[in-house]
Design a protein around this ligand. Structure first.
Ligand SMILES: [Ca+2]
Length: 387
């Protein structure tokens, strides 16, 4: 037996002139013959593609393309249109945002990000903001790393929190946990633990049912891809990299700064005012915690005491100097990711660890991950003695 789709019925000899979204009324001079056998829309429904829908649910036909109802589309790179009820198309002149470009992606013409911003937390932990400003946090509290402060249409909100763990006396402070809230999910990544989505633990790789989150493992790194284009790479130890599409430019806040291209205005308080000191900036993004005491630690000048002779020793090419060595394994990465901050952080960390080679190993791993994330080649640097 022939079964017909929803809102349609079978006719042995139906009219050849069916109402469609395109031509909802049957022409008065429609010839009744020849008739045809098949499925015909019920009264009150019209043909939309191969479905029978109430006329109000019809999509739009525009310049030879069909668009679903209640969607926005770009028929050209200078016009944005909206398909509303009853197949109505309304258009207005529109251009993509400053950090978007108009191009075809997945077969659809539209505004897409031109590039990405990058925020790094590594080692002891050292921060490099989206605009490239650096600072250290010796404390053991939880902080707002990045979140959307200036919302906009089509911009997916997200928040990233980072929790520090106080090292035992003399040991460095490390990242303990990273919590990402995006697309209605809450993803928790903890050092040495499996990833958690909405309080459930899963094995990797994982794709959420709505396909908005994809979590996979590449080498030592766990990578969270989101439909919003925000990407989080965590080596579950000492390196965290967040990349965001340029559409978030100037709209972020938190320890990662506002991502407007200007490093000098990155140390802002939640109120939007510029912070007087680095400490004031860091403290202002602290998240209150009920079940855990935390300390702000000491400020940099009293914590890190690296004497001049040690500093010189750790700066050699056999130690941290390898990072900016023009002949070294990282030379091809230098144009893509500046080695300066990674070198300074490396010396700082080895000093704090009294020359422990593990700290050097972590610093080199951090720079390696940053280089690889930027698509740069890193030559082999691990040896029997190191890492
Ligand atoms: Ca800035």
């Amino acid at each position: 037996a022939l079964s017909c789709p929803a809102h349609s019925h079978y006719e042995l000899c139906g009219s050849p002139c069916q109402p469609t979204c395109h031509s909802p009324s049957v022409p008065t001079q429609c010839a009744t013959s020849p008739c045809s056998e098949g499925c015909f829309c019920d009264t009150g429904y019209v043909l939309s593609g191969s479905d029978c829908v109430p006329h109000s649910e019809c999509g739009c036909e525009y310049l030879g393309h069909y668009y679903q109802k209640d969607t926005e589309f770009y028929p050209s790179c200078r016009e944005r249109c909206r398909c509303s009820a009853n197949g109505t198309v309304t258009c207005q002149e529109a251009f993509c945002g400053a950090h978007e470009e108009c191009r075809v992606e997945d077969g659809v013409l539209g505004c897409h990000p031109t590039g990405y911003g990058r925020l790094v937390v590594s080692g002891d932990p050292h921060y490099v903001t989206f605009d490239g400003r650096t600072f250290n946090i010796p404390g053991s509290c939880t902080y707002i790393l990045a979140r959307v402060c200036e919302t906009a249409q089509r911009l997916v909100n997200f928040t990233v929190l980072v929790e520090h763990e106080a090292g035992s006396h003399g040991d460095p402070v490390l990242m303990k946990r990273v919590v990402v809230s995006i697309h209605g999910y809450r993803v928790t990544m903890e050092r040495g633990q499996r990833w958690e989505v909405d309080l459930e633990r899963y094995t990797l790789p994982l794709v959420t049912e709505d396909k908005n989150l994809r979590i996979g493992q590449e080498g030592n790194n766990i990578i969270l891809h989101t439909a919003a284009g925000v990407r989080i790479l965590y080596n579950t130890d000492t390196f965290l990299l967040i990349t965001v599409p340029n559409i978030y430019r100037g709209r972020l806040c938190g320890l990662g700064g506002n991502y407007d291209g200007d490093p000098s205005n990155d140390f802002r308080l939640p109120s939007g005012a510029l912070a007087g000191t680095t400490q004031e900036f860091v403290t202002s993004w602290k998240v209150p915690e009920k079940d855990r005491a935390c300390s702000d630690g000491c400020n940099d000048s009293t914590c890190s005491k690296c004497d001049v002779s040690n500093k010189a020793m750790y700066s050699k090419n056999t130690s941290c100097g390898i990072i900016h060595d023009a002949e070294g394994p990282f030379r091809e990465c230098h144009p893509r990711v500046s080695p300066v901050e990674y070198f300074i952080h490396c010396v700082h960390d080895i000093c704090a660890a009294n020359g422990d080679r593990t700290a050097l190993c972590h610093a080199l791993q951090a720079y390696t991950a940053a280089c690889q994330a930027a698509g740069a080649t890193v030559r082999a640097w691990r040896t029997k003695e190191l890492c």
